[in-house]
Design a protein around this ligand. Structure first.
Ligand SMILES: [Fe+2]
Length: 179
């Protein structure tokens, strides 16, 4: 279940219906997959073999194809990050800068946790979306955001792309953003 924190007011939204209506109003897609479908041996596994990745993709094959059919994604893969990832601090440093993309950024969390920081409308400002297994989110093209890990420092997610070049990050310098 995703939880929202609005940075300007520190207001938290954790009720599922309210999370969905808040994100919809901010043009952010939010859906849910059944996290319990994941085979138990992959629940807490963050260093994945190609076989593990294939198993995750086949577990969620119908959900992936449904999403791809509706929204035009052509390719997908698995990303896994944890403290075992070489150069994790450098990777996070690169991630933790506000940026935009020319296509939407969609992530389906299959294990662990992560957080998107997204620029909302003028009234709302930046807000955090804390994600856990089963959460599916898409940040629209052109909407400033960044992604990082949470305290557990571990996540596995399915990424879907319209074209692989679409996820190149364009830096978004924003004096309104305060860490
Ligand atoms: Fe991004």
């Amino acid at each position: 279940m995703a939880e929202i924190r609005i940075r300007n007011t520190n207001e938290r939204i954790s009720n599922e219906g309210e999370v969905l209506s808040f994100l919809t109003k901010q043009n952010v897609l939010y859906e849910h997959w059944d996290a319990s479908k994941l085979p138990a041996h992959l629940n807490d596994k963050f260093t994945l073999s190609d076989d593990d990745k294939g198993e995750i993709l086949s577990t969620y094959d119908s959900e992936i194809r449904d999403l791809a059919d509706r929204r035009g994604y052509k390719v997908w893969d698995i990303v896994a990050l944890s403290e075992a990832t070489p150069n994790l601090p450098e990777i996070l440093k690169k991630f933790e800068q506000v940026h935009t993309h020319t296509e939407d950024e969609v992530r389906a969390i299959t294990a662990g946790r992560g957080i998107f920081i997204i620029k909302g409308d003028d009234e709302t400002g930046y807000f955090d979306v804390e994600l856990s297994a089963g959460d599916v989110i898409s940040v629209p093209e052109g909407q400033p955001h960044f992604f990082t890990l949470m305290d557990n420092k571990a996540i596995v997610a399915v990424r879907l792309f319209i074209e692989p070049a679409g996820w190149v990050a364009d830096p978004f310098e924003d004096p309104a953003f305060v860490k």
